[in-house]
Design a protein around this ligand. Structure first.
Ligand code: C2E
Ligand code: CA
Ligand code: CA
Ligand code: CA
Length: 287
């Protein structure tokens, strides 16, 4: 392996002045990391807010860098997208998630594990092999398509005909699609008519501070209005809803009263290792 001194290290931030140079270096690092098995997946439980039970997981990638420690996806996903390395990286996360979810399903059964899925970048949707990769990951793992939830952002879904065809093919395979960060993009409502989603995830920015709505500030009113509108729309369109980024019990309680039945957030459970997920699922089975 090539020796590199500390002084050569480039900090991977979006503010970098020369993204082309930075991307080339980070791209090489990412490629090396993929080859060396430096990436792994952690899982954040999806929790039933009424029963207080885990019903699924979101898969989140982590980079265990040999000298820098664990690097957050916020630092490397954008460059992985720009360099195209998100395609092999995303394929790794997809396969890993399907294998892991199939193992949990075999151990705990379909009442305990109902949904599992990775985030998918627009660049992956443009890859002509993507639908086949998903089909192969399901076949090789034995995971039923109905359990797989692919999390997409609105901007990804808005990208034209080829993406739309891929999404409909996935839908026809029984795979479920979730609209991530819902409420932050453009034209959320009209999008849902064209997009075969079965889940919408209310973005954390609408959950932050939602417990203070009695104050009646314009911001608080707007947050609550969006949270309410998303629930009403989801009900009308027969979509499941997940509230993201719940950090305290007051937020969970407010969201329950607004009609949310599923949530994610550090208050409920942080992203964790497969062994930790299995321990939570085993605990639940014991009750
Ligand atoms: P996201 O899809 O919106 O995922 C939720 C992020 O919020 C995760 O950060 C999660 O750890 C964090 N989170 C969960 N609950 C809370 C909470 O209560 N408070 C706060 N402050 N944060 C919370 P993470 O794992 O750092 O991922 C960041 C983003 O990176 C993700 O946002 C997603 O857009 C992207 N990402 C992560 N893994 C992958 C991947 O495998 N592929 C792709 N394409 N993107 C990924
Ligand atoms: Ca997500
Ligand atoms: Ca999200
Ligand atoms: Ca996000």
């Amino acid at each position: 392996a090539k020796q590199r001194g500390k002084a050569n290290w480039v900090r991977f931030t979006p503010e970098m002045e020369r993204p082309v140079v930075a991307d080339a270096q980070l791209g090489a690092e990412l490629r090396r990391g993929l080859e060396n098995g430096e990436f792994h997946v952690v899982y954040q439980p999806l929790v039933d807010l009424h029963l207080n039970r885990v019903i699924g997981v979101e898969a989140l990638v982590r980079w265990q860098h040999p000298t820098r420690g664990v690097i957050s996806p916020i630092e490397f996903i954008p460059a992985a997208e720009r360099t195209g390395l998100i395609v092999p990286l995303g394929r790794f996360v997809l396969r890993e998630t399907c294998m892991q979810a199939a193992a949990w399903l075999a151990e705990f059964g379909p009442e305990v594990l109902q949904k599992a899925g990775p985030n998918v970048s627009v660049r992956q949707l443009h890859d002509p092999d993507f639908v086949n990769d998903v089909r192969a990951a399901l076949a090789d793992s034995g995971l039923p398509g109905e359990l797989l939830v692919l999390e997409l952002t609105e901007s990804a879904v808005l990208r034209g005909h080829q993406v739309s065809r891929a999404l409909h093919e996935l839908h026809d395979m029984g795979v479920r699609l979730a609209l991530d960060d819902f409420g932050t993009g453009e034209s959320s409502l009209s999008l849902l008519r064209a997009f075969p989603a079965s889940i919408v995830k209310l973005d954390k920015s609408f959950v932050d501070g939602i417990e203070f709505d009695e104050d009646g500030t314009p911001e608080a009113n707007a947050r609550q209005a969006v949270a309410r509108a998303v629930i009403q729309m989801a009900g009308a369109l027969d979509l499941d809803t997940v509230a993201e980024g719940i950090e305290n019990e007051e937020q969970a309680e407010r969201l329950r009263r607004l009609g949310y039945s599923l949530g994610q957030g550090f208050h409920l459970a942080e992203p964790m290792s497969p062994a930790q997920v299995a321990a939570m699922l085993a605990d639940q089975r014991a009750i």
